[in-house]
Design a protein around this ligand. Structure first.
Ligand SMILES: N[C@@H](CCC(=O)N[C@@H](CS)C(=O)NCC(=O)O)C(=O)O
Length: 212
């Protein structure tokens, strides 16, 4: 059955890996599943047809016949459960990989999103200068903890899995802030993720859309 995802017709970052369809593309590339992409404009995302797929009017979505999903956590988990390559066989190791996916989305991503908001959308507010260091410290707190846990390991829990895919996807959004460079082991971890052939194919496909 054909898999179709949605992505930005024009991504605000020019298709350089920040829009969240890249996580889904990466997961599909890791498990070797071909997929089609339906591009949507910002306007179309808020219209009825897209809202039926995604109640919050966002990308990405995932369709397989009449089955549809939204939220990257749910989509990547679905892909990882349906196809082999992203979750370990051992039941406990699988559960731990899923913990890391949740940690990426619920514990690490929120302060990073706050930082993106502070640096870009609130930069011209009078209180922005005072607030930014606080927001950066909240991100650092999480990065300190994650860096300590990762240590010298290649991946978070043994071999690369869906937890690493999600964590690296979340962390790479930090690159422009310079914060990732404060943590050499995390910067190297993200670089290892980006060096994976599946990531490279996903990145190239997203960039190609925006280079048209
Ligand atoms: N929690 C959602 C977030 C989805 C999201 O924020 N998508 C962004 C693109 S990366 C979007 O569609 N933004 C446009 C908008 O919200 O209007 C997920 O992980 O799928």
């Amino acid at each position: 059955m054909t898999i179709t995802i949605t992505a930005f017709e024009r991504s605000p970052d020019g298709g350089k890996g920040l829009a969240r369809d890249s996580r889904v593309r990466w997961a599909l590339e890791e498990v070797g599943q071909p997929y089609e992409v339906r591009l949507v404009s910002f306007r179309a995302m808020k219209e009825k047809a897209h809202l039926a797929l995604h109640p919050f009017g966002q990308i990405p979505t995932y369709e397989e016949g009449d089955f549809a999903l939204f939220e990257t956590g749910a989509i990547v988990l679905h892909i990882a459960e349906r196809y082999s390559g992203l979750l370990p066989d051992d039941a406990n190791a699988r559960a731990r990989a899923i913990s890391w996916m949740f940690a990426a989305l619920n514990t690490v991503e929120p302060p990073i999103l706050e930082l993106v908001t502070a640096r870009i959308f609130e930069a011209d507010r009078p209180w922005s200068k005072d607030r930014l260091p606080l927001v950066m410290d909240r991100v650092r707190e999480r990065l300190n903890q994650l860096s300590a846990r990762l240590g010298d390991a290649e991946w978070l829990d043994g071999a690369f899995d869906a937890g690493d895919l999600m964590m690296a996807s979340v962390l790479l959004r930090l690159r422009a802030s310079g914060l990732l460079d404060e943590y050499p082991n995390l910067a190297a971890y993200v670089a290892r993720g980006e060096a994976r052939p599946a990531y490279q194919r996903a990145f190239a496909a997203q960039l190609a859309v925006n280079a048209r």
